[in-house]
Design a protein around this ligand. Structure first.
Ligand SMILES: *Cc1c(COP(=O)(O)O)cnc(C)c1O
Length: 458
C-alpha cells in the first residue's frame, strides 16, 4: 500500500481501520536494515554516539539502532520500510498510538495561529484545569518542557519550601538527568552502567541519599541520620526505569507517613505513570497523596511537555508569587498544550484506561501461558498498559533483584522479537507500553512472537 504523505490522508486511513501499514505478517523473513545502518553511520559523524538520548543507541543489546521513517498508530516503520508493532511508544507519550488524527489536527490548527507566543494564552489554563480535575490534590500546575525540568523544579521547590537541602531517592528510580537525581539512577544511566554520572560535583551528590526501593526501614534510618535536613523524598510510585518494581503493600503509605512525621515533602514522579495508569495516575491507583507530583510524556501528546503540580500553599512558592525561581522561554507552548489536551480528551472520551487494562490483561494471560508452556525461568510484571519480563525467577522488589535478570537472555529475546516484527525497548531496564491503537490481533501476534522466542531460547 502506498503510504500517505500528508497527515490528513494518514488520519483518514488511521480512523478507518488502523490498517495504515503492511500487516505484521509481511515481515516473514528476517528484515535487513541497510538504510538504517547508513543513516547511523552518517549520524555518528555529527552527533555523539549518533543519538540524542543514549538508550536509543542499542548499546545494551549490541548492533545498530534502526532509524524511524514514520510511526502511525501501533506501528513504527523503519528507514528500510520494515514494520514493527511498537511497545516503546516513544518511551511512553504515545498512549493513543502514534499520530492520532485528533492530536495531529489540534497541532495543525494551532500552528496556523503561531508556533510560540511567550505571552500567556488560554490553552495553558485549559490543560492545567484538566490536570487539576484528573489528579486529586493538585490545585496548581506549572508547565515546563520535559520530565527532567519537572523533577528539577520539584526538588528546588521542595528545598525552597522546607529550607532544607537533602533529598532521599531510591536506587534504580530515574527522574531525568537532573544533577541531584543522577545518583544510583535507572533507565539509560543504568543501562549504560553510569547510574552515577561524571560531571556532578561530589558536594551536590552528597545531598542525595539513595536507598533501596521497598525498604521503609532504610528510609526511616536516613531520616534519623539527617534530622531536620531532608527536604523531600522523591519516588516513582511504580518504578519503571529498572524494568518494573512493584511497590510492596504499605510501602507508599509508609513513605507518606514518614514524610509527614519528619516535615519533608513527598514527591511522586509520575512522568511515566501519570495519565497512563489511571486518570489520577499511580497516586489514584495506590491511594496515596503526595505533596508534589511531576508529569511529562503522556501529558504532552508527543510534544515536549513536563509539569509540576501540588497544593497551592506549596506551589505559590514558585516565582512570580514566591521566592523559588523557575522559568522557560517555550513553557506552555501553544502546540504542546493543544496536543496534550487533545490526547487527554480522546483518552477520556474513549474510556481509554479501561480499554488499556483489557489489552494489558490479554497480553499478560498470553505471556503467562507462554512461560508455563516453555518453562522459561522468567518473572512478568504488569500494571494496566505497562509491562516488563525479567529473565530471572526471583521476585523483583528492588534494583538488586532486577539485576539478577540474565541480560544475555534479554538480548536474545529482544532481537528475536525485532526480527519478527515486534519492537520492545532495547534494554532490560525499561518498561513496555501498550497504546489504544494496539488491537487484540496485535497482542495476539505479539504473544505468538514472544512464545516463539522463548521456545527457541529454552
Ligand atoms: C522519562 C522520565 C523522566 C524524564 O523525562 P524527560 O522528558 O526524558 O526529561 C523523569 N522521570 C521519570 C519517572 C521518567 O520516566
Amino acid at each position: 500500500m502506498a503510504f500517505p504523505s500528508s497527515p490528513t490522508a494518514a488520519s483518514y486511513l488511521l480512523s478507518r481501520d488502523n490498517a495504515f501499514v503492511s500487516p505484521i505478517a509481511a515481515l516473514s523473513s528476517t528484515p535487513t536494515r541497510a538504510e538504517s545502518h547508513r543513516l547511523f553511520e552518517e549520524a555518528l559523524r555529527y552527533i555523539p554516539g549518533g543519538v540524542n538520548s543514549p538508550v536509543r543507541a542499542f548499546r545494551a543489546v549490541g548492533g545498530d539502532p534502526f532509524f524511524a521513517r514514520r510511526a502511525l498508530g501501533a506501528r513504527v516503520e523503519d528507514a528500510d520500510r520494515n514494520v514493527y508493532i511498537d511497545y516503546v511508544c516513544s518511551w511512553g507519550p504515545s498512549i493513543l498510538g502514534h499520530a492520532h488524527p485528533e492530536v495531529v489536527r489540534a497541532v495543525q490548527e494551532t500552528a496556523l495561529g503561531g508556533l510560540s507566543f511567550g505571552i500567556p494564552h488560554g490553552g495553558e489554563a485549559e490543560l492545567a484545569r484538566k490536570v487539576r480535575e484528573w489528579v486529586p490534590g493538585v490545585e496548581r500546575v506549572r508547565m515546563v518542557n520535559s520530565g527532567t525540568e519537572a523533577t528539577m523544579t520539584a526538588i528546588r521547590l521542595a528545598r525552597g519550601f522546607t529550607r532544607r537541602d537533602k533529598i532521599i531517592k531510591f536506587e534504580g528510580c530515574y527522574h531525568g538527568h537532573v544533577d541531584s537525581l543522577l545518583v544510583k539512577a535507572g533507565s539509560g544511566a543504568l543501562t549504560l552502567g553510569q547510574p552515577d554520572s561524571a560531571g556532578i560535583p561530589a558536594a551536590l551528590a552528597s545531598l542525595t541519599i539513595a536507598v533501596p526501593f521497598n525498604d521503609l526501614a532504610a528510609v526511616e534510618a536516613a531520616f534519623k541520620a539527617n534530622p531536620h535536613e531532608v527536604a523531600a523524598v522523591i519516588v516513582e510510585p511504580l518504578p519503571a526505569n529498572a524494568g518494573i518494581l512493584p511497590p510492596r503493600e504499605g510501602f507508599l503509605q509508609g513513605l507518606r507517613q514518614l514524610c509527614t512525621e519528619h516535615g519533608a515533602l513527598l514527591i511522586f514522579d509520575e512522568v511515566m505513570t501519570g495519565f497512563r495508569l489511571a486518570k489520577g495516575g499511580a497516586q489514584q491507583l495506590f491511594g496515596v497523596r503526595p505533596d508534589l507530583s511531576t508529569f511529562g510524556k503522556v501529558i504532552g501528546g508527543g510534544l515536549p511537555v513536563g509539569a509540576i503540580g501540588g497544593r497551592n500553599y506549596i506551589m505559590e512558592h514558585l516565582a512570580p508569587t514566591g521566592p523559588v525561581y523557575q522559568a522557560g522561554t517555550l513553557s506552555g507552548n501553544p502546540l504542546a498544550m493543544a496536543a496534550g489536551l487533545a490526547q487527554l480528551r480522546v483518552l477520556e472520551r474513549e474510556n481509554g484506561f479501561a480499554k488499556l487494562e483489557t489489552l494489558g490483561a490479554q497480553l499478560e494471560a498470553g505471556v503467562r501461558e507462554a512461560l508455563r508452556s516453555t518453562g522459561a525461568p522468567c518473572s512478568f510484571y504488569r500494571y494496566g498498559s505497562m509491562f516488563c519480563l525479567y529473565f530471572t525467577t526471583q521476585p523483583v522488589w528492588s534494583l538488586g533483584d532486577a539485576k539478577t535478570s540474565d541480560l544475555a537472555k534479554f538480548t536474545q529475546f529482544f532481537w528475536h522479537l525485532l526480527d519478527n516484527g515486534v519492537y520492545i525497548a532495547p534494554s532490560q531496564f525499561e518498561a513496555g507500553f501498550i497504546s489504544l491503537a494496539h488491537t487484540e490481533e496485535d497482542i495476539e501476534a505479539t504473544v505468538a512472537a514472544m512464545a516463539a522466542a522463548l521456545r527457541e531460547m529454552y
